[in-house]
Design a protein around this ligand. Structure first.
Ligand SMILES: Cc1ncc(COP(=O)(O)O)c(C=O)c1O
Length: 405
């Protein structure tokens, strides 16, 4: 690794002519066989209403993810809402969520009339801190929504133990974690219900889309009914439960055809991201001032929606803040961004009445989001070895320059 002069100070950039990010495959990826599937849907005149491809997808996605059932919906926001409905969460209940996630995680309890309680995250994995969950539990707590954020899987051993001790439900927000596993079990099956997003940036996408997974037939039926105007796939002809207000949150068969087509490529892409992550991790193992987002357990099979870096400000020169490092990296041809830029409760669009939610002390959320986090989309980990090597070289070069020692 080099200690050459930084490009921002007039030195030669590590990437010349094109940035590292431009060597990552285009996202979302396109596959020729999906075009044929789309044409087939178009010509079938069966465009919506749980037709051929969605029916196949429900079976295949559940099997791939290691769940008994999957129910596809319009997006990964309504899946969270339907998951809480299926578990009977409603007015008077409290739901514990991490302070760092997309707003949908924290809004889902509010949609069903419950109160959202936001707690702090773990500084290394960035997932909800189980110790903070336990502190936030009251007699009204009904559920926990851990988020498997960016590339890490939350500590489901501890979260499950807490849920069992206090009689709570778990909805896993797996919007970033298609194909991820903990101790060999697919995310979305570690708790009661899993929620996935297929929005444009996600590891699997149809532009928009969502899915719930579960191993419980009762929840699977409820989830399908709640999102498909009351109809049942598992018990056709049987009326929905009394009082269920059923939504129309269906997918089209165009979306199902795209997601089904992508499924065939997931294992290969996941493996490549994992291999390149390990390469990057090894190359940066002696680099000061920065670390990669950590996994909870060594055997976690991570999916890498994002490659996420965390600065270690205590190892950096006093004037080396995140923006300075970002600019220096950019000059070397490496674009890392700050992600959402805010914890949920500070997001400009989070204009929610303070009586309807509670925020506990969250110093780690603030430190991580405002000072430490730098991310790029996981497709950088689909780039070839020479790109990953230079990517690491650029990071090492910049971090050594700004290192305090
Ligand atoms: C962690 C998390 N949960 C839920 C969602 C909501 O998914 P969707 O955009 O499909 O509604 C997102 C979307 O980005 C997300 O990042």
């Amino acid at each position: 690794m080099t200690t050459a002069q930084l490009a921002i100070n007039g030195g030669t950039p590590v990437f010349q002519g094109a940035s590292a990010n431009s060597f990552a495959p285009e996202w979302p990826p396109s596959f020729p066989e999906i075009e044929e599937k789309l044409l087939e849907v178009y010509r079938s005149h069966q465009w919506g209403g749980c037709k051929k491809f969605e029916q196949q997808l429900m079976v295949d996605y559940a099997a791939w993810q290691g769940a008994k059932y999957s129910v596809f919906m319009a997006n990964g926001t309504v899946t969270l809402e339907c998951a809480l409905l299926a578990l009977g969460v409603g007015p008077g209940d409290e739901v514990i969520v991490p302070g760092v996630s997309w707003m949908a995680t924290a809004q889902a309890p509010l949609y069903v009339g419950a109160k959202t309680v936001m707690v702090d995250i773990d500084p290394d994995t960035m997932c909800i801190d189980p110790a903070r969950i336990e502190e936030a539990i009251t007699s009204r707590t009904k559920a926990i929504i851990p988020v498997h954020l960016f590339s890490s899987v939350a500590d489901m051993d501890k979260i499950k133990a807490i849920a069992k001790k206090h009689g709570l439900f778990i909805v896993e927000d797996c919007a970033h974690a298609h194909g991820a596993r903990q101790h060999g079990v697919g995310v979305g099956s570690l708790g009661d219900i899993g929620s996935f997003s297929f929005q444009s940036s996600k590891l699997m996408t149809a532009g928009e889309g969502g899915c719930c997974t579960t191993n419980d037939e009762k929840y699977a039926d409820y989830l399908f009914r709640a999102s498909h105007i009351g109809g049942s796939r598992l018990f056709p002809g049987v009326k929905p439960p009394m009082g269920l207000m059923c939504h129309q949150y269906r997918l089209t068969d165009f979306q199902a055809a795209i997601i089904l087509g992508q499924l065939a490529h997931q294992d290969e892409m996941k493996q490549k991201r994992l291999t390149q992550f390990h390469r990057l991790e090894k190359l940066l193992s002696k680099t000061p001032g920065i670390m990669l987002q950590k996994s909870t357990f060594q055997d976690d099979e991570r999916a890498f929606y994002f490659a996420c870096f965390l600065l270690k400000p205590e190892q950096l020169k006093a004037d080396a803040d995140r923006a300075t490092i970002q600019k220096a990296l950019e000059a070397e041809g490496v674009f890392l961004n700050i992600g959402w830029g805010y914890p949920i409760y500070d997001m400009p669009m989070w204009n929610i009445s303070p009586e309807t939610y509670e925020k506990k002390e969250t110093p780690v959320c603030e430190d991580t989001i405002y000072r430490r986090q730098l991310v790029c989309t996981g497709n950088i980990l689909l780039a070839d070895n020479d790109v990953i090597d230079k990517f690491a070289e650029a990071i090492d070069k910049v971090m050594r320059y700004y290192s305090a020692h």
